[in-house]
Design a protein. Sequence first.
Length: 444
Amino acid sequence: MKTDKIKDAFARVALPKAAETKEFIKTNGHYIIGQYSIEQVYSGMKGMIGMVTETSKLDPDEGIRFRGYSIPELRAKLPKAPGDTEPLPEGIFYLMLIGEMPTDEDVTNVSNAWARRSNVPKHVFDTLDKLPLTTHPMTQFSIAVMALQTESVFAASYRKGLNKKDYWDSMYEDVMNLIARLPRVAAYIYRRIYKNNIHIEPDPKLDWAANFAHMLGYDDYDMKRMMRLYLTLHADHEGGNVSAHATHLVGSALSDPYLSFAAGMNGLAGPLHGLANQEVVRWILDLRNYYDGAKPTKEQLKDYVMKTIEEGKVVPGYGHAVLRKTDPRFLAQMEFAQTYMPDDENCQIVKMVYEVVPEILSGIKKIKNPWPNVDAHSGALLIHYGMQEYDFYTVLFGVSRSLGVMASLLWDRALGHPLERPGSVTFEGMKEKAAKAAAVQPQV
């Protein structure tokens, strides 16, 4: 059997870490590391530490770091395609999985492995073809992932009997196979809905992101460059976001990666999570239509923002559950736009919104974060290269997010993380806890 260097590298770092983690819990498990309030319980458990995620960490003031590296550092250090300026997504996957900055050879190994594993069974396409064309792209994407579940190596191995110490091994095969196949599935959905069901065969000579752009129908090199950046930036955002947490939660029941990832994608499809990127584009297009297609002045933009707020709506792409500053992923996209499309009017509007909206939102008491997140810019880049179909944008997000959530799921199994089962309380029970706390704690 041919040696799998990526799998061997993961075993080298993960198996000793599993033993170290077990010993750490045995020695330190009794320590109390924090407290939480009733308000936190009722507000989505924000800020409550309840899981361990190895791949990335989100700091409210600094932004996302992948294995300790910031976005600017990743753009500088990760391997790139020959002559390109943007990192290959294969590199950030390797970094998240192994915890080491990859070499060019490491990235080539990942790219080649995904190319070998990318064949999608015919029944997946047959399943998609049964759906109405009006079915939302994210619904089709989730259904396709579920249809792929027939290929699960982990599910088959578990049925035969599998030692829990070996869960990670067959899980690795599923993780690699699923990531390899997602661009083909996503491109099929795109071409089926928007391009008269005319499909483009993959090109195994291309890297993962460039091949994805090719299958979508975009062979312009600048689009491939942008796709590499897009798939790198959206790969992970620590473990507590909805898509990552849903994948982790379902996976904790020993559901295979296909079932777990489908759950995560159903979460990503929500308008408070991944669907926000299409809402941003819709808002910008509505803004332009409001001013008869023209690029608005700064004063007109301020008026439209106030109109949005007065109608009880949010300015899409602004605010984040954790971040308290401008999302570094937004800044990376804005820098890309200024370098490669400085005259694009939609990108200019995005920049103008950035200059106007934070000041307005800062004056609203209940808004804790008036700054843009990653969704505030990504759609404008896609429109520039001809992808006008914004209902599809969250599928792109999902393909990218597979890198982080699948790397995390593999670590969950390697470290032997248990079934996730938090406790709950009734409202009467919560009132009793509040009364007891009030008796011993000073009033705020």
